[in-house]
Design a protein around this ligand. Structure first.
Ligand code: GRF
Length: 221
């Protein structure tokens, strides 16, 4: 499946995806292009290092014109014929103009256990709130803010000593584990939706298929 990745910053999730691909873990993901809406994003260097076209469409040129921005994204990505768009740290909310262009959908990684803590700066909100469990969510993207159907989630404890930086570092490790898994399942056509609920086809818990759990770490029911 042809994939375009959209980023805005350092690109550690992109790196995790491309390293998983290099290890042979994403055999059905054909990463065609990486696009950043920010100049000089680290993600662009990562793309080039892996021999993938690195593109830029600056969101700053489209203030107040989301449709124009989305059209520019689609025009830039058109030569790559991507079927799936992967948002790996892309910091803009996208609407139907963009979302409807990808037959396999658009997926995102968010650093919280949705539907808790959507949006930005979740780590300071979580530590301020006093939650004991935090984590990350890979999900399909809809027009809302981090509101699309969940694909899989991974959890970490929140320690008394955690500030936002400590918590974000712990969550990021989970992101790097669950996002490549989610993208692998989607690109191999194994994820289907029943309403909002993601189902992983071909997963047989009784056969103990390693790593094929929509919850990380796997928990007893
Ligand atoms: C990650 O925390 C991701 O969950 C969020 O944006 C951040 C991007 O980090 N959507 P990186 O650019 O992948 O390192």
């Amino acid at each position: 499946m042809k994939v375009a990745v959209l980023c805005s910053g350092r690109g550690s999730n992109l790196k995790a995806l491309l390293e998983a691909r290099a290890r042979g873990e994403l055999p059905h993901a054909d990463f065609r292009a990486v696009l950043s809406d920010q100049e000089g994003a680290g993600a662009l260097d990562t793309a080039r290092m892996h021999g993938i076209d690195a593109l830029t469409v600056l969101s700053s040129g489209f203030r107040g014109d989301r449709t124009g921005f989305e059209r520019a994204l689609l025009e830039t990505l058109a030569p790559y014929s991507a079927e799936l768009a992967v948002l790996a740290g892309f910091q803009r909310v996208l609407g139907r103009t963009f979302l409807d262009a990808f037959p396999a959908g658009v997926v995102n990684i968010h650093p919280a256990l949705l539907p808790a803590f959507p949006g930005h700066m979740v780590w300071s909100k979580e530590t301020a709130y006093g939650v004991k469990l935090a984590g990350a969510t890979a999900h399909f993207v809809d027009e809302g803010v981090d509101s699309g159907p969940v694909i899989c989630q991974g959890a970490v404890p929140v320690l008394e000593t955690d500030g936002p930086d400590e918590l974000s570092a712990r969550i990021l490790k989970v992101e790097h584990r669950i996002f490549p898994a989610a993208v692998g399942w989607v690109t191999s056509g194994r994820v289907s939706l029943s309403g909002r609920t993601a189902l992983l086809r071909g997963f047989s818990p009784s056969e103990g298929e390693e790593g094929a759990s929509l919850v990380w770490p796997p928990l007893d029911a």
